[in-house]
Design a binder for this molecule. Structure first.
Ligand code: UDP
Ligand code: MG
Length: 322
């Protein structure tokens, strides 16, 4: 029989003081059960990543990990964003674990789906995606924006798993490969599908947030969506080129039309038309420049090769040296 795998559950936390104690309680129950049913090794851990929280989250994480060796944590030097925090956690965990599951601190994603994920891992899958079977418990706004987001991504030609956020199992060898994907504008759920290996999905019901509010502000959601599109597809640039061709073609027709009107001696009546076209073409040009700008902005930040996160405290290392 294969040796039991060491599981690390990576949980990014940003201002999660209201939920962290309950989450720890639930995760402890789950992991203890998994250890006793011999699905995972007793060296398995929960790794919290404090993403520059402004509340008591990091103090709580330190407390929890001091009292219980099941828990440990790393602290980022400031708020770097969910995707960067998650990456910091995954890259740290891969050195200690055989398999890593990432999930949100608010337990909206059903922790009982972990069993099935681990079964699929034992059956040979290297990546198992958690997929929300329904979003009834999400707010109307979240549901609609998420739906639009996934539809738009597919329209733009991005290979993305529907309704999969970042609740996912990945083996350590996948994470070692992920390390070579050096992009700064992170959209992890799209990157995993690029890596390959055998993968599968597990369906679960999404719950309500246990406490506190969503830490994904509209601004953060827009930024994630833009990263997802601009880091994975150049289709918008192609659309701009096609639009350019179309407009050029249309302008020939308009030229003919205006010449006809001129020769009929009725030129002034075209005023409305001219004003409309100026605005339309101007608008399309601005939009196109904006989209190109988005890509240039991404190129700019990628060429700088800045580190994607900075860990200022690592409880795992402290424990090791003790
Ligand atoms: N999060 C983070 N950094 C941020 C924003 C969010 O680490 O800048 C974490 C947050 O603590 C949670 C997860 O990312 O564990 C998902 O956030 P949230 O539940 O607020 O998002 P939603 O479920 O509303 O999409
Ligand atoms: Mg949530």
């Amino acid at each position: 029989m294969k040796k039991r795998s060491i599981l690390y559950v990576v949980v990014p936390c940003y201002n999660e003081q209201e939920v962290i104690l309950n989450t720890s309680k639930q995760l402890k129950r789950k992991l203890t059960k998994l250890v006793s049913s011999k699905k995972i090794d007793s060296k398995s851990r929960v790794l919290y990543v404090n993403d520059g929280s402004k509340d008591k989250t990091w103090e709580l994480i330190k407390d929890i990990s001091k009292n219980d060796k099941l828990f440990t944590g790393i602290c980022l030097s400031k708020n770097m964003g969910h995707q960067n925090a998650l990456l910091a956690g995954l890259m740290t965990a891969k050195d200690y674990a055989d398999v890593v599951i990432s999930m949100d601190a608010d337990l909206q994603d059903d922790i009982d789906a972990m069993d099935e994920m681990l079964d699929k891992y034992a059956a040979g899958c290297d990546i198992v995606y958690g997929v929300r079977s329904s979003r009834k418990k999400d707010t109307w706004f979240k549901r609609k924006t998420a739906h639009l987001f996934y539809r738009f991504m597919r329209l733009m030609g991005v290979n993305i798993i529907d309704n999969h956020a970042d609740y996912r199992l990945a083996s350590s060898r996948v994470l070692v490969d992920l390390q070579d994907y050096q992009e700064v504008n992170l959209f992890l759920r799209g990157m995993f599908t690029l890596i390959g290996y055998d993968s599968d999905v597990v369906y679960y019901e999404r719950h309500e947030r246990y406490a506190g509010n969503s830490k994904y502000s509209l601004k953060k959601m827009i930024s994630l969506a833009l990263n997802g599109i601009t880091s994975f597809t150049i289709k918008p640039l192609r659309i701009i080129s096609s639009l350019g061709f179309l407009i050029t073609f249309m302008s020939f027709l308009i030229l003919i039309y205006s010449l006809v009107v001129k020769f009929l001696g009725d030129a002034v009546s075209g005023w409305t038309f001219i004003v409309c076209s100026i605005w339309l073409v101007g608008g399309i040009q601005m939009l196109s420049l904006g989209i190109i700008g988005e890509y240039i902005g991404r190129i700019y930040s990628e060429t700088k090769r800045r580190p994607r996160y900075v860990i200022c405290e690592n409880l795992l290392k402290q424990k090791k040296t003790k």
